[in-house]
Design a protein around this ligand. Structure first.
Ligand code: SAH
Ligand code: MG
Length: 213
């Protein structure tokens, strides 16, 4: 992979995992996460685990920094993953007939050797953020793409990014012709708040840094 040197054993797993992260954005995500693990108890939070494609990159970065990753997903898929929608994958329907990416996520984390680093949390982003109380070095928002879902991700998780920490948002498309606008709108909200400044970007991956409380 170009750019940052993702460990070979992580890249090998990454290649086999279903998901929605192109190689160049993956390298940028890995490099960004590495930059932000600097507090005593290093911690990243991911919203939208799916099958763990981005998770193994965050996990590899965390492992290199003796940090942890909490990856949050209800594992029932976003709108576009439901039966009859564009990104539905029938192989991800469980024996109970429900869409379920949790078994695949667990398999991915085990294969990547990251079971001691990545802690999956099953639930909706909003439900978990309601009780969450821990500052975070790096938040990666890659969850639901409706306006209410994206807004809940921002309001629920941006407040926990420590000063100097990173807030990454995936699928930011300023031009509506390239994709849905909800992630772009929360990215704008974060920048316009003055609490975050642009740190780096790679295609639809935007990384902000908190500059004030
Ligand atoms: N990061 C993944 C892709 C995530 S796809 C990759 O790199 O491949 C989006 C995921 O967000 C789906 O798994 C879906 O179940 C989850 N999701 C959508 N809305 C959510 C919500 N409100 N709370 C928690 N997870 C949500
Ligand atoms: Mg995405």
């Amino acid at each position: 992979m170009p750019g940052f040197l993702i460990p070979d054993r992580i890249e090998a797993v990454f290649r086999t995992v279903k998901g929605f992260l192109p190689d160049h954005e993956a390298a940028a995500l890995y490099g960004s996460a590495l930059e932000f693990f600097s507090s005593a108890v290093g911690l990243a939070v991911e919203i939208g685990s799916y099958c763990g494609k981005s998770t193994v990159l965050l996990g590899a970065a965390a492992q290199a920094c003796a940090a942890s990753v909490v990856t949050i997903d209800h594992h029932r898929g976003s709108d576009e993953h439901q039966v009859g929608w564009q990104y539905h994958d029938p192989t991800l329907v469980g024996a109970d007939g429900l869409f379920d990416t949790l078994p695949t996520l667990r398999n991915t984390i085990a294969r990547a050797g990251l079971e001691n680093v990545v802690q999956p949390l099953i639930g909706s982003s909003a439900a978990v953020s309601r009780w969450w109380q821990t500052p975070v070095d790096f938040v990666f928002i890659d969850g639901g793409h409706t306006d209410p879902a994206a807004r809940a991700d921002l309001t629920g998780w941006a407040p926990w990014v420590r000063i100097g920490g990173g807030l990454a948002i995936h699928d930011v498309f300023p031009d509506p012709a390239d994709g849905g606008q909800a992630p772009y709108r929360i990215w704008r909200t974060a920048v316009e708040s003055g609490d975050f400044v642009e740190h780096a970007y790679c295609d639809s991956l935007r990384v902000l840094r908190r500059v004030r409380a």
